[in-house]
Design a protein around this ligand. Structure first.
Ligand SMILES: Cc1cc2nc3c(=O)[nH]c(=O)nc-3n(C[C@H](O)[C@H](O)[C@H](O)COP(=O)(O)OP(=O)(O)OC[C@H]3O[C@@H](n4cnc5c(N)ncnc54)[C@H](O)[C@@H]3O)c2cc1C
Length: 543
């Protein structure tokens, strides 16, 4: 039996367990009793059944079948339901409740670019919506199909490496390839390479999704965000193919490939991408971990490193006091001799902050950057914790994504939001958002910085709070709206790397200004005059 749980669960079908340390934190923060832990809320184990029939004429369906074959055209309830949502919190709640009012009419797995050209052409003639679908890890309602139509799943066939060019240090890859297969291929190719892009969703997201949603990985401080990695791409749009040439840089007017980075499926289907690659030398990577007395001094130290000219770390991260405390509690560090020692020498629970650093590259470089960082951060009154905490963090870096499902089973609202901000506004934004999050009774609010620049950084907010059961969607929506409003009012961007989708679309005009949004709309209208590509307000675009 195929259940809604099979659709919303992160990763494969294994059930993740909440560890002992986290259970203790939940018990303390939310006052949960042992009885309460036995209750499971909206587990979504009912069989998937759609109330919404496919709206496409059989003649049209037959045309699609003729192109890709019946085995690549799916109309059954489970296929359509599993292509209806990504991983946005409200989508997960809807799936737990079995609410899918607008599934795609048909799921198509194109075998190659020629199939995509023909499918888009039919859809354009008949004004049928097309939503590109990668790993569906979108947390912005990016793969929803409010107008039904086709969910175009690129993961089944468009998942090959086209070329690795070791002279130019580039790879050309099809867009539906998942992160681990891509990275593994590069790690074992020729002189051995890495792509350098490791979002927390790495295991279940695709190259096309990274580019279309303009993402960032944990090592972005060194390797850059995805827009710093892409050199060229190929896109099938309703008005034809756009292929940009590969140059290290050019001055031929605008760099047109950049229009598609962050286009979120609204302009066309990205079929292949050429990206920079880097030498893979994990044995030469150096790690360091530090603790600071408070968030201010950690942020100042981080800024000083980025503005010092000593080179940049690849992973660079600080957790604010609450996130640091929760990390210590869940890892059973609290109350140990080491914990007591840190408290005695002034690194007190409730205000101290952890910093993690990793530097990739040639041994002389990694040694130089780590020793320079040690000197710089010392001025902000830090205590060096050695390499091990950072290494341990890296070992479990993808695991927290699996915790969301068992936490939601306990009736705990679990979500994240992120933003980018200039250094001079960072502390006030952090403090205002924390005040907002903490205004909700019984809310754990953890914040970290994980993508750092000379001029500013991101802030990443994770919050846990008991759901208002029976009214959990409306409750979440109003809490989420207040949070985005607070970020916006305190000079944070709407997103640093999750993208806009439909979730943040209502804020776009205010953020960009009418003229800028009109310009985006004009580009959309040129490439997609019938508005078939991922319609329904994605990025704030019409229709
Ligand atoms: C647990 C978790 C952790 C996450 N951590 C991170 C993180 O660390 N960093 C980060 O950047 N993001 C993160 N995300 C968000 C998400 O994983 C990223 O946005 C990711 O890049 C989406 O890739 P995907 O293949 O899943 O794309 P999808 O979710 O399938 O699609 C995302 C959007 O891109 C469009 N799209 C997909 N493929 C194409 C294509 N080939 N052509 C045109 N449009 C296309 C879709 O229509 C949709 O609008 C996280 C999400 C989750 C659930």
């Amino acid at each position: 039996m195929n259940t809604y749980r099979d659709i919303f669960k992160w990763g494969d079908k294994r059930e993740a367990q909440i560890d002992e340390g986290t259970l203790k934190v939940i018990q303390k923060e939310f006052g949960f009793t042992d009885e309460k832990f036995k209750d499971k809320y909206l587990v979504g184990d009912q069989e998937v059944k759609l109330n919404h029939k496919c709206q496409l004429d059989q003649i049209i369906i037959d045309q699609f079948i003729k192109i890709v074959g019946a085995e690549n055209c799916k109309i059954d309830d489970y296929s359509r339901a599993s292509h209806s949502y990504g991983k946005f919190y409200a989508e997960l709640i809807k799936l737990r409740k079995g609410l899918i009012p607008t599934p795609p009419d048909l799921v198509i797995y194109p075998r190659n670019e020629e199939d995509i050209i023909q499918i888009i052409s039919i859809c354009n003639s008949h004004k049928i919506a097309v939503t590109p679908f990668g790993g569906h890890s979108s947390v912005t309602r990016g793969v929803e199909t409010p107008n039904g139509g086709i969910s175009l799943d690129l993961t089944k066939h468009l998942n090959k490496i086209i070329e690795v060019n070791e002279i130019n240090s580039t790879v050309t890859v099809q867009s539906g390839m998942y992160g681990p297969v891509f990275e593994n291929y590069l790690n074992n190719y020729g002189e051995k390479y890495t792509c350098g892009h490791f979002p927390q969703s790495f295991e279940y997201s695709t190259v096309g999704g990274w580019v279309a949603a303009k993402g960032a990985g944990q090592a972005s401080t060194g390797y850059g965000k995805i827009e710093h990695m892409v050199l060229s791409l190929r896109v099938v749009t309703p008005t034809g193919i756009i292929e940009t040439k590969t140059y290290p840089a050019s001055a031929q007017g605008w760099d047109l490939y950049t229009i598609f980075i962050g286009s979120e499926g609204t302009l066309g289907v990205i079929t292949q991408v050429t990206m920079k690659i880097h030498k893979f030398r994990p044995n030469q990577t150096k790690h360091a971990s530090f603790i600071f007395k408070n968030f201010d001094s950690a942020v100042t130290a981080m800024r000083n490193v980025m503005q010092s000219g000593i080179g940049v770390p690849h992973l660079f991260r600080i957790s604010d006091p609450e996130e640091t405390d929760i990390a210590f509690k869940t890892k059973n560090f609290e109350g140990t001799i080491a914990d007591k020692f840190l408290n005695t020498i002034g690194y007190k629970s409730g205000s101290r902050c952890l910093m993690f650093v990793s530097v990739d590259g040639d041994k002389a470089y990694t040694n130089h950057v780590i020793s320079s960082i040690k000197k710089i951060v010392k001025k902000s009154g830090t205590f060096y914790l050695g390499a091990s905490p950072t290494k341990k963090w890296l070992e479990q870096r993808y695991s927290s994504a699996y915790l969301r499902d068992p936490l939601m089973d306990l009736g705990i609202m679990t979500d994240t939001l992120e933003t980018a901000v200039m250094w001079n506004n960072l502390i006030s934004l952090w403090s205002s958002v924390r005040t907002y999050l903490k205004s909700r009774e019984k809310t754990v609010a953890m914040v970290h910085i994980s993508h750092v620049y000379e001029n500013g950084a991101n802030l990443y907010f994770t919050f846990l709070s008991p759901m208002k059961t029976a009214d959990e969607l409306a409750d979440y929506e109003s809490f989420h709206k207040g949070l985005v409003d607070t970020i916006h009012a305190n000079k944070g961007s709407l997103s640093h790397h999750h993208g806009i989708g439909r979730t943040l679309a209502p804020w776009m005009q205010n953020e960009l200004g009418k003229n800028s949004l009109d310009l985006m709309q004009a580009i959309k209208d040129q490439l997609d005059p019938n508005g078939i590509m991922n319609p329904g307000n994605t990025l704030g675009l019409k229709p």
